[in-house]
Design a protein around this ligand. Structure first.
Ligand code: 8YV
Length: 332
């Protein structure tokens, strides 16, 4: 006998991979964003009024204005993404709306991208390829002193945020011969420190002053906003490189641009920016900056896994169970 239970109205704010959308249409009354335009705040409010479940992404600001105007049916915000700094968690909790995210499935891809930037900046990959492709330049052939970069083997890497992604970065970096250092809210388990040969720094300031490469791998929360402030950026050695695949807001971007321009920091590999999609033009103009358009987790496998997680969270929630990736505001 066909079920008479109404399928939940699931509003998905951006275009997701076809297999994910198809499955969502089978399971839910899924409303899709066919042309993939980023929704305006007015459109988000309209979606929150109508939906049982909202599936936003990093480009949607699910702020107080949106959450407080949600309709009585909105019970779940199933974020397509791990970071939940785009969502006002407190207002959601006060309104009894559950929030879930998609942790774990983008760890390895993001760590790969971090490693790629860690290699690309000191070894001048973007600068060199741009040189070859620029019709105004002409490669005269190999030379012993041209395009020299810096070795990463044997250097010290300071990881800020030793969660899943930080640890995955450490594993890769160790295999490349880097010495692993880290700063985290809490020291990680002894066996992980031993496996990674990792040195813990209670004081971020002390770690920053001693590292050759810094990798930002912590979430953006009120506590980590501008964690790398002007004062802290000044602690870096002038030979140090900075890599950020986490969130732009963790670094004072204008100050970073100034310090790179002044030669006080050797270079940066940036996948994320403070005011995306806007980027400080000084960073884009610098040969010592490799900039990517927030693509740390941009693999088709990762996006499908993320979609699968969103579906599981919605399904378990409507089956009356605690969704596996329920976000607890205290975690962020
Ligand atoms: C995602 C990310 O692409 O999951 C995250 O936190 O930063 C990205 O890798 C994005 O969030 C999708 O919403």
């Amino acid at each position: 006998m066909p079920s008479t239970t109404k399928k939940p109205v699931v509003i998905v704010t951006r275009k997701l991979p076809d297999v994910v959308e198809t499955r969502m249409r089978e399971l839910f009354d899924a409303r899709l964003n066919i042309d993939d335009h980023p929704l305006t705040q007015t459109e988000l409010v309209a979606a929150a009024k109508e939906a049982d479940v909202l599936v936003p992404t990093v480009t949607d600001r699910i702020d107080r204005g949106v959450v407080s105007q949600a309709g009585p049916n909105l019970r779940l915000i199933a974020n397509f993404g791990t970071g939940v700094d785009n969502i006002d968690l407190d207002t959601a909790r006060n309104r009894g709306i559950t929030v879930t995210n998609t942790p774990g499935v983008l760890t390895e891809d993001t760590a790969d991208m971090t490693m790629a930037l860690m290699l690309a900046v000191p070894r001048r990959l973007a600068e060199a390829t741009n040189y070859l492709k620029d019709p105004k330049t002409h490669w005269a052939g190999w030379s012993p002193t041209w395009m020299l970069g810096h070795r990463i083997y044997g250097k010290r890497l300071g990881i800020i945020g030793m969660g899943r992604i930080g640890q995955a970065v450490a594993r890769r970096a160790k295999a490349f011969g880097l010495q692993i250092h880290y700063h985290n809210r809490r020291r990680v388990a002894e066996e992980i420190e031993r496996e990674l040969d990792a040195t813990y720094w209670d004081s971020l300031d002390q770690m920053l002053a001693r590292m050759d490469i810094i990798s930002v791998n912590c979430p953006h929360t009120p506590a980590t906003y501008h964690l790398l402030s002007a004062r802290r950026l000044k602690l870096l050695k002038p030979t140090a490189y900075l890599v950020n695949t986490a969130r732009g807001e963790v670094i004072d971007e204008n100050e970073l641009a100034r310090q790179i321009e002044a030669g006080a920091i050797a270079g940066a590999g940036l996948d994320v920016f403070e005011h995306e999609p806007a980027i400080n033009p000084k960073l884009l103009a610098s040969d010592r900056v490799v900039a990517l358009p927030h693509m740390g987790s941009a693999t088709i496998e990762g996006r499908i896994d993320m979609g699968e997680k969103v579906i599981i969270n919605i399904k378990t929630f409507f089956d009356g169970h605690a969704p596996p990736d329920k976000v607890h505001p205290a975690m962020f």
